[in-house]
Every structure is written in C-alpha cells, then in structure tokens.
Write a protein that binds this ligand. Structure first.
Ligand SMILES: NC(=O)c1ccc[n+]([C@@H]2O[C@H](COP(=O)([O-])OP(=O)(O)OC[C@H]3O[C@@H](n4cnc5c(N)ncnc54)[C@H](OP(=O)(O)O)[C@@H]3O)[C@@H](O)[C@H]2O)c1
Length: 259
C-alpha cells in the first residue's frame, strides 16, 4: 500500500485520482484551498486519510502546507495536480504574484523543495505547454517585481521543466509529467472532447504501478504513452534558469528540505 498526497483534490482530476487510488487500497491525503473546500473534499472522497488546507496562490500558505505535510510523515508519492486556467488577467495572490504563476508553477516548486522526498513525483502539465516560452522571460525577477504576463502555457511548460530537473537531480526519484488531455472537468468544460477516465488513469498508474513502463523518470506521458514535449525542458541551462528564478521569487532553495 502506498501513501499519496494529491494537491487540488477537492474537485476534478485530483478528486478522481484520489478516489481511484483509495479504491485500489492506497492511503490518500487530500488538499484543498479552504476549510469549506476541505469539507467538500472529504465528502467527495470517502476513505481519505486526512485533508490539508492551503491557498496555493499564497507563497506563505504553500510553505506552511509543506510543513503540515511533513508533520504527517513521508509520502511515497506526491501528485502536483492543483491548477488554474482561467483567472482574471490581473488576479494576484497574497504576496501580489500572478495567481496562475503561484498556483501552477511556484506551488509545485515550493512543495518539491520543502516536502520530504517521496519515491515518485507526478506533475500535471498540458499539451498547451508547447506554446510556453522556453526563454522564461515572463518570470518575474523576484517577489517584488511583476514581470510580464505569464500565460497558462508558460506555467504548464514550467511544470515539465521542473519535472525534468527533479529527474536529473534526484536519481532515486521517479519524476514524470503528464498531459491528461482536454477532459470535461470544471477546468476542461462540459464540451471537452477527451475521455475523462483517461484523464486520470495515467497519474494513478505512475503513482502506484510496478509496470516497468511506469517505473521510469524524466518522461512526459499522455494516456500512458510517451508523448512529444518541448525539448527545451531537457536543456540543463533552461532548468537551472528556472530553478534560480524560482528561488529568487520564493526564497526557497531547490535542495532545501524543511523538517
Ligand atoms: N481538464 C483539462 O482538460 C486539463 C487539460 C490539461 C491539463 N490539465 C491540468 O490538470 C490539473 C487538474 O485540472 P482539473 O481539470 O481537474 O481542474 P479543476 O477541475 O478546475 O480542479 C483544479 C483543482 O485545483 C484546485 N485549486 C485551484 N486553485 C487553487 C488554489 N489557489 N489553492 C488550492 N487549490 C487550488 C481546485 O480547488 P477548488 O475546487 O477549490 O477551486 C481544484 O481542486 C491541472 O493542473 C490542469 O492544469 C487539465
């Protein structure tokens, strides 16, 4: 039995992955943005071990989430699933950073750095990452500068870059990225053309399967198969630039781990 932490599990693919993993006999800790959403998550995922609360648009709340997760012990698997797509262009979190950047890019970075290292890490990306900027020019220089407009595509490229950087730096961890397809969750919308079931089965498989095809690292998957991703994500210089910039913004170092 594996112990799994899933961010953004009050709804959508996070909630579906959580239920699927519990059905397979695994132990799952949920995450939600608020007390109200936490109660909703627990109701929707009966059998969950616990739920942790943090609004990931806040850098400080995300750091505190890492401490709360560490207080529960070591997880075998962490699924970085929480994400936002359509937020008002000027939406910002507690520290004034763009919400889409804080939730989609910085939260996975901070949690990766500060949580005890699991055996497997899964990062939810998107086929839209192909339109992201590999020059990373839209990332702000630090927490005080606003930077350029960061797009959803940029953030989903960040997730692939982070996943590949972890795979390169931590040889003992299986770190992979997933494009779940365009599926009918709240984010995908009712008219999304892809199969909802296929939207979470890859994460579940990567999390707990002993299939040699799932026990790999530094890969990008779509529907349990390797898929094309932007080659820049494998570029060590791009990865290092991303890690340095994230450290400048969050004041959290990549090799740091908080007890
Ligand atoms: N659906 C698609 O077609 C599609 C396609 C490609 C990639 N993806 C990726 O798949 C992942 C899951 O997407 P989904 O379709 O399941 O989306 P969803 O139904 O909108 O669910 C997103 C989850 O993230 C949580 N979340 C958002 N902002 C948060 C914040 N500030 N703090 C804490 N939690 C927050 C949400 O909490 P609340 O419910 O409280 O808002 C929700 O649980 C995302 O990373 C997304 O980018 C989805």
């Amino acid at each position: 039995m594996a112990r799994i932490f899933i961010t953004g599990s009050a709804d959508g693919l996070g909630q579906l992955s959580a239920n699927a993993l519990i059905k397979l006999g695994h132990q799952v800790v949920l995450h939600a943005r608020s007390e109200e959403r936490a109660q909703h998550a627990l109701k929707q995922v009966p059998g969950a071990e616990d739920v942790l609360i943090a609004d990931l648009s806040s850098i400080e709340e995300t750091k505190a989430l890492a401490s709360k997760a560490n207080a529960l012990g070591i997880f075998d698997v962490v699924i970085h699933n929480a994400g936002v797509y359509q937020v008002p262009r000027n939406s910002v979190g507690a520290e004034g950073l763009p919400t889409i950047l804080a939730v989609n890019s910085l939260a996975p970075y901070i949690l990766t750095c500060l949580m005890h290292k699991p055996e497997r890490l899964i990062y939810l990306s998107s086929g839209m990452h192909l339109q992201g900027d590999p020059g990373l020019d839209n990332l702000p220089a630090d927490i005080h500068s606003r930077g350029n407009h960061v797009t959803y595509s940029d953030t989903k490229l960040h997730d692939v870059i982070l996943s590949m950087a972890v795979a390169r730096r931590y040889k003992s961890i299986f770190s992979n990225a997933v494009d779940p397809g365009w599926v009918p969750t709240r984010m995908g919308g009712a008219g999304a053309p892809d199969n909802l079931e296929k939207g979470f089965e890859t994460q579940v498989w990567l999390a707990v399967s002993n299939d040699p095809k799932a026990c790999v690292s530094g890969q990008y998957f779509h529907h349990k198969r390797h898929a094309h991703y932007l080659p820049a994500a494998d570029d060590v210089a791009v990865q290092e630039k991303f890690l340095v910039r994230c450290k400048q913004i969050t004041q959290v170092g990549f090799d740091e781990e908080k007890a």
